[in-house]
Design a protein around this ligand. Structure first.
Ligand SMILES: [Cu+2]
Length: 157
């Protein structure tokens, strides 16, 4: 009797949650990282790629981080020979495509932390996307952009 109840509860669990789970695995982070900053710094930049595996577009309206009070999406625009940062209200990740935050381009600024992130630490980064739960990842804190194995092995093979 107990076994039967348990089984049927499990069936209800599966029926209730599986479709939602599948629907939520359509936007994900890839290779997120935070640039380490010197002690006393109050701002750090974060990078990474948002990959959309679904058939619909996602609009990301913001980013949050467990590390900092404030996180903003920025773009870099050229003004004459100057480059400056402008806040982005939202970014759209088209279906089957990706959108990358990279050094020198679109990036995430983490602001208002008590202590700068230490090199080697992991910082939680979440993208606030339209009509779904936040998409989170653990971003590694490092000095340099992650090395690409493909780039590296190309010279030797
Ligand atoms: Cu910025």
């Amino acid at each position: 009797m107990k076994y039967t109840v348990c089984q049927s509860l499990f069936a209800v669990f599966l029926a209730g949650f599986m479709p939602i789970t599948q629907a939520e695995e359509t936007l994900r982070w890839e290779g997120a990282w935070v640039r380490s900053v010197p002690p006393g710094a109050s701002v750090a930049a974060a990078y990474g790629k948002l990959v959309n595996d679904s058939m619909r577009a996602f609009t990301v309206t913001g980013v949050t981080s467990a590390l900092s009070a404030d996180a903003q999406m920025h773009d870099v625009i050229a003004e004459g020979d100057q480059r400056r940062m402008v806040p982005l209200d939202s970014v759209t990740v088209p279906p089957g495509a990706s959108m990358a935050f990279v050094p020198g381009g679109r990036h995430i600024m983490l602001m208002g932390f008590d202590e700068p992130p230490r090199e080697g630490a992991a910082v939680q980064l979440c993208a606030i996307a339209s009509s779904r739960d936040p998409v989170c990842t653990e971003a590694r804190v490092q000095r340099q952009a992650p090395m690409s194995h493909v780039d590296y092995s190309g010279d030797h093979h």
